[in-house]
Every structure is written in structure tokens, then in C-alpha cells.
Design a protein around this ligand. Structure first.
Ligand code: ADP
Ligand code: MG
Length: 182
């Protein structure tokens, strides 16, 4: 066990090497060869140290969401959700996700640009039961409960999924869809 990777650069795992946590990662792509990018990213996730991919949903297509709302003119997204078992600390995992994004040609910019089209977006939806309001890594992801394209694939790959602090993913998705059609 590599304790530095498991403890994080800021020591966020405490003194001991951590046991594997169940982590939910959302993958999205709306530029380039989307399906291929997602498939490659899943392989790269599985190759991360102290990490294995325990499951991944069939990718689904969805309209791009920008700061102004849904944008039918922007290229559509392909989204999926992967379940990981990892002993990497949350901050270390996020750094690896950013490295995978960068390898797939994603340029990172601040401000409004964060809503722009991208070859690959990797978000940590949940890391076990960990709660954090750190803007650099908010856990669970603050917008997960409002995103059909996260909840749908997550439910498909784990019918018993629970979003920590928010409840069962099946209930959250039903509520979201009821709201969308009302
Ligand atoms: P978004 O995914 O919201 O469209 P970005 O991928 O550009 O935006 O991420 C912006 C920043 O969000 C990242 O640099 C990261 O530090 C931060 N962030 C906060 N919480 C999370 C999380 N749970 N998963 C991924 N990134 C997060
Ligand atoms: Mg992101």
C-alpha cells in the first residue's frame, strides 16, 4: 500500500493507510470521438494505482447544459457513471482525474469557461460518505441531485445507490423527472 497516495498531499486520510472506498465518478464528453474517449477514460481509471473500476453504465446522450440553461445548439453530451473501489485519498484521486482529462486534450479555464464544451469531464459525484464543502473538492458533488445524466446512469449501475445526505438515487431521479414534466 502506497501510504502517500492513500493519505493525500495534505494528509487528508489521517495517519493510517485507508481501506478502499466506493467512489462514484461521472464522465462526460461533448467534443471529439465521445464514445471512444469515455471507453479510454474507463480503462485509464481502472489502471490508476490502488483503484479498480467495479462497474460502468451504458453511456447516454443528453443536451448540453450551459450557465444559461440547456443549449440545443451546443454539441450533445455522452455521459456515463463509473463505480470505483479506491484507496486513493480524495484529493489525490481528483488530481489523477484532472490528469486523465488533460491527456484527452481538455483545456482548463476559470470562470464561465467551466461550462464550455469539453472533450472529457470527470467529476467525483460521491466518495463513500465523505462530506466536504471545499470549493476545490465538494463532496458529494453539489449538482449531482439535479442532473438526470448523472442519476440515470448511476441508478442503472447500482439500483440501491444512495447520494450521501440526499437519499436514494431512485427517489431523487423520480422527483427530478416529476419536476421536469410538471
Ligand atoms: P464542472 O465539472 O462543474 O463543469 P470543471 O470540471 O471545470 O467544472 O471543474 C471546476 C473545478 O471544480 C475543478 O477544478 C475542481 O477543483 C472543482 N470541484 C469541486 N468539487 C468537485 C468534484 N466533486 N468533482 C470534480 N471537481 C470538483
Ligand atoms: Mg468537472
Amino acid at each position: 500500500m502506497n501510504r502517500r497516495l492513500a493519505q493525500g498531499l495534505t494528509g487528508d486520510a489521517g495517519d493510517r493507510a485507508r481501506p478502499a472506498a466506493r467512489v462514484v465518478v461521472a464522465l462526460g464528453a461533448n467534443l471529439g470521438e465521445r464514445a471512444r474517449t469515455l471507453a479510454e477514460a474507463l480503462i485509464e481509471l481502472d489502471r490508476l494505482p490502488l483503484t479498480r473500476v467495479a462497474g460502468a453504465a451504458e453511456p447516454i446522450e443528453s443536451v448540453a447544459i450551459t450557465l444559461a440553461g440547456p443549449d440545443e445548439d451546443a454539441p450533445a453530451y455522452l455521459n456515463t457513471v463509473a463505480l470505483l473501489d479506491t484507496s486513493l485519498a480524495p484529493s489525490v484521486l481528483l488530481e489523477y482525474l484532472h490528469a486523465i482529462e488533460a491527456r484527452h486534450g481538455r483545456a482548463r479555464r476559470e470562470g464561465e469557461a467551466r461550462w464550455q464544451s469539453r472533450t472529457l469531464d470527470l467529476d467525483i459525484v460521491a466518495y463513500g460518505d465523505v462530506r466536504s464543502d471545499d470549493p476545490a473538492l465538494t463532496l458529494p458533488h453539489p449538482r449531482a441531485a439535479e442532473r438526470d445524466f448523472v442519476l440515470g446512469p448511476w441508478l442503472a449501475v447500482d439500483p440501491d445507490a444512495v447520494l450521501p445526505g440526499r437519499g436514494r438515487v431512485a427517489d431523487l431521479l423520480a422527483a427530478l423527472r416529476a419536476e421536469e414534466t410538471s
